[in-house]
Design a protein around this ligand. Structure first.
Ligand code: CA
Length: 215
């Protein structure tokens, strides 16, 4: 018999998850691929869509695109003149992403930048700080702190930073130990807990999702 926590999770899913057909098709295609566990969860995507709609968000950045699930979810929630800059290093994974964005009719909202995200973000900073409404961080974990610091420069006051995988399967619990990814996430979580530059909320959605609002 499934645990009470599993049954509650199922109940929530049945009663609240509204995954757009284009998102579902993308997810089902990717479920068979290696590294599928890297994909943003449908629940996290739906929450992010809600936040972006509440904010009236128009311009954002995604660091870590993978096969495009979160990018598609974001693009669907943006107005038709909205823009999302997607940063990733993988030509292979983002090729699938592009195909799904085209099919869903949101490709015009997405500007994919292939290359190391830090360099892309620094280029965007030179073009103008404080202009973006949100940033999703879901890429290499040792890079998170650098992406977060740049988000604080790129976002307007009141902008939203969403950071995925902050619980890292629970490995972040405890004061020390773990590999480089675990240590990077733990250090970032410790920093955010006391960071006066943001309001935060850490949610147990997916593998842990932190929302930070720039003050
Ligand atoms: Ca993730």
């Amino acid at each position: 018999m499934p645990s009470s926590a599993d049954r509650i999770e199922d109940y929530i899913r049945v009663h609240s998850l509204r995954e757009a057909p284009a998102l579902k098709a993308l997810r089902l295609e990717n479920e068979t691929k290696p590294r599928f566990n890297m994909q943003f969860t449908p629940e996290s995507a739906q929450l992010l869509q809600m936040m972006l709609r509440l904010m009236g968000a128009k311009r954002g950045i995604e660091v870590g695109t993978f096969t495009g699930y979160s990018g598609l979810a974001i693009a669907l929630a943006l107005p038709h003149d909205g823009k999302l800059i997607c940063c990733d290093v993988s030509e292979e994974y983002t090729a699938a992403a592009r195909r799904h964005w085209e099919k869903a009719g949101v490709a015009a909202k997405i500007d994919l930048r292939l290359g190391p995200a830090l360099a892309t973000l620094d280029t965007l900073i030179k073009a103008g700080a404080g202009k973006y409404d949100f940033m999703l961080i879901d890429a290499d974990k040792t890079g998170y702190d650098g992406y977060y610091e740049r988000a604080l420069v790129l976002l307007r006051a009141g902008g939203l930073i969403a950071i995925d995988n902050v619980l890292w399967g629970g490995a972040v619990i405890g004061a020390s130990g773990g590999g480089a990814d675990t240590r990077a996430l733990r250090a970032l979580n410790n920093k955010l807990a006391e960071d006066e530059r943001v309001d935060i909320s850490m949610l147990p959605l997916g593998d842990g999702l932190t929302l930070a609002r720039k003050r």
